[in-house]
Design a protein around this ligand. Structure first.
Ligand code: HEC
Length: 125
């Protein structure tokens, strides 16, 4: 009996660990779909629209896309776009960089993770 209980509790722990792992990983295919929220302002082909091109943005310094005129707030931020920084920026751009000109945010954590996984799949700089 005790053995059975121990087995059940370790199975439950495994299930919890599994869920935690899933929360930390984004789905790039879904991120590509969600990118429709970004593509009005951001290209992934290297050309700038009202926002800078985002191909290669992952793990790159902020505000370095040539030919794009950034806010001085973002230009002087000293940020590198790691998973963590991207997550914070997308959750509330002006909270991370006061004075940034990007104002839209992505409120759902899983949506942010998926979009970040998509940006990552486009390759680093
Ligand atoms: C309404 C237009 C608009 C939308 C929609 C938008 N952005 Fe932006 N984004 C901007 C602007 C403008 C900047 C430049 C901000 C600055 O200079 O302060 C920017 C900057 C960025 C940067 C920093 C780029 C760099 O070179 O440092 C990232 C990353 C980013 N946006 C991601 C996203 C993602 C992901 C989405 C979709 C969820 C999105 N943006 C949606 C306008 C937009």
């Amino acid at each position: 009996m005790e053995k059975a209980l121990r087995l059940i509790s370790s199975l439950a722990m495994l299930a919890i660990a599994d869920q935690a792992a899933a929360a930390g990983t984004g789905d790039p295919a879904n991120g590509q779909r969600l990118f429709s929220r970004c593509s009005g302002c951001h290209s992934i082909q290297g050309d700038n629209k009202s926002g800078p091109a985002l191909n290669g943005v992952f793990d790159r310094k902020a505000a370095v896309v040539e030919g794009y005129s950034y806010s001085s707030a973002l230009a002087n931020s000293g940020i590198t776009w790691t998973e963590d920084r991207l997550d914070t920026y997308l959750a509330g751009p002006t909270r991370l960089v006061r004075g940034t000109r990007m104002t839209i945010s992505v409120s759902k954590e899983q949506d942010r993770a998926d979009i970040i996984a998509y940006l990552k799949s486009l390759g680093g700089s």
